[in-house]
Write a protein that binds this ligand. Structure first.
Ligand code: ZN
Length: 606
């Protein structure tokens, strides 16, 4: 699509240029040329340094060996080279100087200069020593998190094993052991988080941001209070539904474990280490994806995912993706570990895209793989000549997650599953159970992400939460937003928030996931109703080139456009929870009937 349009624009532009040149010249040409020379050099240098740093980080995340000082040194050196560049006084001054003439510059130039200033805020030369300390502290924290050996009864276990127990076990003692084991990692991370709390704040304060969360919120164009309000409004819109789900879950689990119905949910009852996804509480009749996928290989999942994107008109993945990615669990006996958190990497903001996963043939990895490939295809889409290297990012950070997760949602709908042969044609499913299963993921993530995580990091960075209150605050927020309590009194040394990856190495950005959920239902609603003319509950994107075209237009500008305007232009709406509330309306009615006569533990309004 884009390729067809470009030559036409160029021809028109050439014609108009020739005509205009006879009568007038661009009065801003001189300053624009000067800025362009600066930006071209910045983009080239940026890309080189980014690629070197990403390569070292890749090593550090895919080959974790205790005492590996070579990789550690490489990560530090390349990270410092990158941050020395983006945070240099020279670049800060140049960007500030040129922005004074922003009325004379093109929109694309102004956008790049703003990004240069924002990036400088993460590691300004004015706080050189603090920045160097922060890089070291973050690396150490990552090593402590992923180099940690989880054990149950003194026996080393993988996190996949812990998850398995929480997914399937009906034995509350076994569940408690697994849950407690998953939290012990936090103890060794608590001091590191306290250190990072101060280093992250000091870093951005040197450029005038109030604190680290204020800095991160600024990327959306929000103040901290605006961010918290947007988050709170999303939770409020979904609260009546969440309250019904919470009630339903308490009664359902009490029956399953043969226990009295608790007011608030003990954390180890839930099928997730952080209580962030509950969909394992239901097994949708007629669709046993784990069983169907168990007969396939992990490789099948990855290939099928790629085929899906290709079917909509996207290019195949580059050969280097398969050569360089780390897609599967390490074989037993491998002398090193790898980061178990799935991620997608854009190594040089150009053709080098990779994914780090531990794919196994089950439902969790089916959705995760399609999600990560969503990031990869987003990278590939905006890696085009119209988008400068430093604007190759999501329209905002939530867009990136939203696209991946939307594909994850679409990949679970019945007509799609039939298409890929994971369920038999004509399979009947209970639609309410299907919706319930989806709500237990998509709705549950909003009070968790926009509530617990965001408010915890707000307290951490904006209010300098003291270390001895980390755990108490964490559980206070878990109770308020999720209605979840710890299984028993937590040991003093615990830092249960620290067991969450993002708290350690992706700080103050977790609301991205909640916003992306809101956005994904907006995108999905648009695709279903306006392109596919299908019920949003039963779509099949497979092979539809019009959907591919819509996604291409949505993704390819990257961050070269204003995200709010781009959203309006793409779907004709601002960010809104309405499509999500509408989507789950039939479930809400069903839950109210189901919960009739039951007691509610959560308040009617938040
Ligand atoms: Zn993601």
């Amino acid at each position: 699509m884009k390729k067809l349009i470009i030559p036409i624009i160029i021809i028109i532009a050439l014609f108009s240029c020739t005509k205009k040149e006879e009568v007038e010249t661009n009065p801003n040409e001189k300053i624009q040329n000067e800025v362009q020379t600066y930006l071209d050099k910045y983009n080239t240098d940026f890309q080189k340094l980014l690629a070197a740093s990403a390569e070292a980080e890749w090593q550090a995340n895919t080959k974790i060996m205790p005492g590996d000082t070579i990789t550690e040194k490489l990560v530090t050196e390349t990270g410092e080279a990158f941050t020395n560049f983006t945070g240099s006084n020279e670049n800060i001054e140049a960007a500030k100087k040129y922005l004074q003439s922003k009325d004379k510059l093109s929109d694309l130039q102004v956008r790049q200069l703003n990004v240069i200033l924002y990036m400088a805020g993460g590691n300004p030369a004015s706080a050189k020593e603090i920045v160097a300390e922060k890089i070291k502290a973050e690396l150490k924290q990552t090593q402590n998190l992923y180099g940690y050996s989880f054990t149950i009864n003194g026996k080393e276990v993988t996190t996949n094993k812990i998850d398995d127990i929480l997914f399937t076990s009906k034995d509350l003692n076994e569940r408690l052991e697994a849950w407690e084991s998953s939290k012990k990692v936090g103890i060794g991370l608590k001091d590191g988080l306290e250190n990072l709390q101060s280093l992250r704040n000091k870093t951005v304060q040197s450029l005038g941001f109030d604190n680290y969360i204020a800095y991160q919120a600024s990327e959306y164009g929000y103040s901290t209070d605006e961010l918290r309000k947007v988050c709170n409004d999303m939770i409020k819109d979904l609260w009546p539904l969440y309250r019904e789900l919470h009630t339903w879950a308490r009664y359902t689990m009490a029956k399953k474990y043969n226990k009295k119905v608790p007011d608030l949910i003990p954390a180890h009852w839930l099928p997730n280490r952080w209580g962030q996804e509950w969909n394992k509480l239901v097994n949708v009749e007629g669709v046993d994806l784990d069983k169907a996928l168990g007969k396939k290989s992990a490789e099948w999942i990855v290939t099928k995912g790629e085929e899906f994107y290709v079917s909509m008109g996207f290019s195949p993945l580059p050969k280097s993706f398969y050569e360089k990615s780390s897609l599967y669990p390490l074989p037993e006996g491998t002398p090193y570990k790898k980061n178990n958190h799935a991620s997608a990497w854009h190594m040089n903001n150009a053709e080098d895209v990779r994914s780090l996963m531990s794919v196994e043939p089950n439902t969790k990895w089916w959705g995760t793989t399609l999600h990560e490939l969503g990031h990869i295809y987003y990278y590939m889409e905006y890696s085009n000549p119209d988008v400068p290297i430093i604007l190759r990012g999501g329209a905002n950070r939530a867009y990136h997650e939203g696209i991946g997760t939307m594909i994850g949602l679409a990949s679970m709908q019945l007509p799609f599953l039939e298409e890929v042969g994971l369920v038999e044609k004509g399979t009947e499913v209970d639609e309410i159970q299907m919706l319930l299963s989806e709500a237990l993921d998509y709705v549950v993530v909003v009070p968790w992400g926009a509530g617990v995580m965001t408010e915890f990091e707000y307290e951490l960075y904006a209010n300098n939460l003291p270390k001895d209150q980390f755990n108490a605050k964490w559980w206070e927020l878990k109770k308020k937003y999720q209605g979840i309590i710890p299984p028993n009194e937590r040991p003093d040394e615990s830092c249960d928030a620290c067991s969450k990856t993002h708290i350690n190495n992706d700080a103050a950005q977790y609301y991205d996931y909640a916003m992306s959920t809101i956005l994904l239902f907006q995108f999905h609603d648009y695709i279903a109703k306006n392109i596919l003319k299908q019920d949003p509950h039963a779509t099949n994107y497979w092979g539809n080139k019009e959907v591919g075209k819509f996604l291409h237009n949505l993704l390819s500008p990257g961050a070269s456009v204003d995200w709010k305007e781009h959203l309006q232009a793409s779907i004709g709406s601002d960010m809104s929870a309405k499509p999500m509330v509408d989507y789950f309306a039939p479930l809400y009615e069903w839950l109210k009937k189901e919960n009739e006569g039951r007691t509610y533990a959560l308040p009617e309004t938040l």
